[in-house]
Design a protein around this ligand. Structure first.
Ligand SMILES: O=C(CO)[C@@H](O)[C@H](O)COP(=O)(O)O
Length: 300
């Protein structure tokens, strides 16, 4: 049965990814991993992510295991632990988004981080589901979609149909984040829970079994290019402790002001995935590989 992922990996713009009914759940994808992706990327997320009821449905390459302890698959084949690098396309050239995403895949990015802003939950307006759908044929990398939208529930199907693999939501987006996380998994995506700098982690204690990813915002959301809030490191440590205590395999991601100078501290605190916008995109496409490598190396 045609699933939401099928059109994507075939890279055929004509094969629409929309399933007959998202409300009834997504069909398992039967697509083979892209021959251009790494061994890590070819693994099924179901092997590595938290025990989501939909884990077995995930077939898009690129959701490798939480890299704590894994060996780096980067260009230099370093043996140290390397975090997943998730460039935020908020910092890309919006006139060339498709090209930018292809360049990021070539440069060694692990996930594509898509910042969706609604001009209400955050004071900025960015990427709608039609843009995500248009970008989907340009890469096999997972789309890691951060929904800065309130209310959010009515948008989940649209972003999933457009090709989102991970959808992360804020507790404040309301009205019932527990339900929202369940809906994301019902749609066959991975569910992420996002914590703004002043949002307490107590919500994670209550929802830890429902999340495949925890995102610690190290800036207040809304804009790229902000300064990393140092107290985020302690929060990453606390989130790591909650996940470990619960036996969760969820990824722990950090986002905002991430640069080579603080990447190591983020990983030492327990993060295994780094979102970076300004740092990855500085210098243009010729510099992307070096920038990504610099983040991995700094955290190794
Ligand atoms: O979600 C956000 C901001 O709201 C982030 O993803 C930023 O876009 C990251 O950009 P840099 O701080 O790395 O420039």
């Amino acid at each position: 049965m045609a699933g939401v992922l099928e059109g994507v990996v075939k890279k055929s713009p004509s094969s629409s990814p929309a399933p007959p009914s998202l409300a009834s759940g997504l069909a398992p994808s039967t697509v083979a991993p892209s021959p251009t992706t790494t061994a890590d990327r070819s693994r099924s997320a179901s092997e590595h992510l938290s025990p989501s009821p939909v884990a077995a449905l995930r077939q898009r390459p690129g959701l490798p295991p939480a890299p704590r302890g894994r060996k780096s698959q980067t260009m230099t084949q370093t043996t140290a632990t390397a975090p997943l690098i998730c460039p935020s396309i908020l910092a890309s050239d919006f006139a060339k988004l498709g090209e930018e995403i292809r360049a990021l895949e070539t440069a060694g990015a692990d996930w594509i981080h898509v910042d969706v802003m609604d001009g209400h939950f955050v004071p900025n307006l960015t990427i709608g589901p039609d843009v995500v759908k248009a970008l989907r044929p340009h890469t096999n990398l997972p789309f890691d979609v951060h929904l800065m939208v309130a209310p959010v529930d009515n948008w989940l199907e649209a972003y999933r149909a457009a090709g989102a693999d991970i959808m992360s939501v804020h507790p404040e987006s309301g009205p019932h984040v527990h339900r929202t996380l369940g809906q994301i998994r019902q749609l066959g995506a991975k569910a992420g829970l996002v914590f703004n700098p002043a949002t307490p982690l107590s919500v994670l204690e209550e929802a830890v079994d429902l999340v495949d990813l925890v995102l610690i915002m190290s800036v207040n959301p809304g804009f790229g290019g902000q300064k990393f809030i140092e107290s985020s490191l302690k929060k990453i440590e606390r989130a790591r402790a909650i996940l470990d205590r619960a036996g969760s395999k969820a990824h722990l991601q950090v986002d905002g002001g991430v640069v080579a100078a603080n990447a190591g501290a983020c990983v030492a605190a327990g993060a295994d995935a780094l979102v970076a916008g300004s740092f990855v995109f500085k210098g243009g496409p010729d510099a992307y590989a070096a920038n990504i490598q610099a983040l991995k190396a700094a955290a190794a």
